[in-house]
Structures are given as structure tokens and as C-alpha cells.
Design a protein around this ligand. Sequence first.
Ligand code: UDP
Length: 238
Amino acid sequence: MERMYEGKAKIVYRTEDPERVLMRFKDDATAFNGQKKGAIADKGRVNAGISAAVFRYLEGEGIVTHYLAQPAPDELTVRHLTMLPLEVVVRNRAAGSFSRRLGIEEGRAFSAPVVEFYLKDDALGDPLLNRHHIRALGLAEEGEADRLEEQALRINELLRRYFAARDLELVDFKLEFGRAAGELILGDEITPDTCRLWQVGSGERMDKDRFRRDLGGVEEAYQEVFRRVVPQGEKRED
Ligand code: UDP
């Protein structure tokens, strides 16, 4: 299969159908814009399984996603999207770059979720953008920033509920969107690489912060999220 693109955590391959691509999830892990590199054993399988389950849930709730099928434990078949060069982050509590940049202690809850846009550009370190920047740079069409924010907030409500039912608090997460046939579609992945998930009660980190901050127990946390999201006997492959 022809490799279309290789990122830090996934490889994207063409398929015989130009409207479909195959994403293979890797065990490789990076943090701090690629400055820290490593691997998380079995992450490819775990993250593909979690993404598939989450995308199927969101589809059931009326969100249009790129997910089509899971042909192998570490692979998803998805719709071929033209990606917007943006990351959309939603935050329910202060953490990570928000806490660092604004001097707010980690864990402070917000009265309403915070939505942020970042430019996807490794060389620039993914700078924060506001709607004026998005318009000035022509990164999205008129009105698309509003639609992205609406979608992101709706997805936040759905995912908070989904993870809370699994004893995990959704602290923040990152989404990427693309277009196909003129439609705005949720793409990329939704995994412990792209979400902060805290154990309800203890606040224990169950996500990539274990890798970023050398907290130990990285593999165990990813496996535990997998077990809660993909119940035994339901490890289906399409
Ligand atoms: N995030 C991501 N990819 C990025 C940047 C952030 O998936 O390139 C996710 C991250 O896992 C967290 C949320 O977006 O769930 C907010 O990340 P933050 O801005 O705090 O950056 P960090 O400190 O994680 O680098």
C-alpha cells in the first residue's frame, strides 16, 4: 500500500478507493513538539481501539466523523478528508499549556468550557490563534470557525458523559476537522494521546501526561482506559 503521510503517531495509506484511507496507529510517542521521543508498548492497538469505540459512539449521537471500520486491531479505515490546518482544543479544567501560559494552578475548574484554536505547524510550535487570525490567514471559510466551536462544544458534552460513565473525567482534549464533499467532518483520533483523562475521585492521570511527566505506569494507564472503553468480548474488527 502506498504511504500518503507519516505523522508522529500514525501512518496514513492510500486504498484502492480514493475516498477512503487507512490509518495505522504506531506505538511511538512524542511530547513537547517532538523534543521528547519514546514508545508506549501496545499503544497502536489501544489507541485504534479507543478511537474506533469513541467515533462509533459519537456517530450514534449524530456527529459526522471520518470513521468507517476497524480492519485490524491497530488500523482504522476512514474517509479521506482534506484537513484544516487547525487544532481545536476544549478545556473543562486548567491544565498543561493553559496553566503554564496563564499561571493558573492545574485542576482549576471553569464555569464554562474554554475553546481554543491552534495552527498546525511544527516549525512554529503550533501557535495559539483567535478568529481574527483564522480569517486573516484564510485558514477556514467564513462562518467555519463558529461551526467548529459549536461542534467542539457539543462533542465535549457527549465525551464528558461517555468518559464519566467509565469513571474518567475529561479535563481537556484536541480535535481535528477536515472536509469531504463540502461537509465539515471530525477526523484524526480521540485517545489518551489527545485527551487528558483523570480518574474520578483520585485525580490520577490516565493519559499521555504519564509519559510527558515521567510519572511511570504509562502502559498500564493506556490499557486501563482501553479496558473501560472497549469491554471484553466487544473487541470487534469490521
Ligand atoms: N493536544 C494534542 N496535540 C497537540 C497539543 C495538545 O493532542 O499537539 C491535547 C493534549 O493532549 C491535551 C489538550 O490537547 O489533552 C491540551 O493540550 P495543551 O495545550 O495543554 O498542551 P500540552 O501541555 O499537552 O502540550
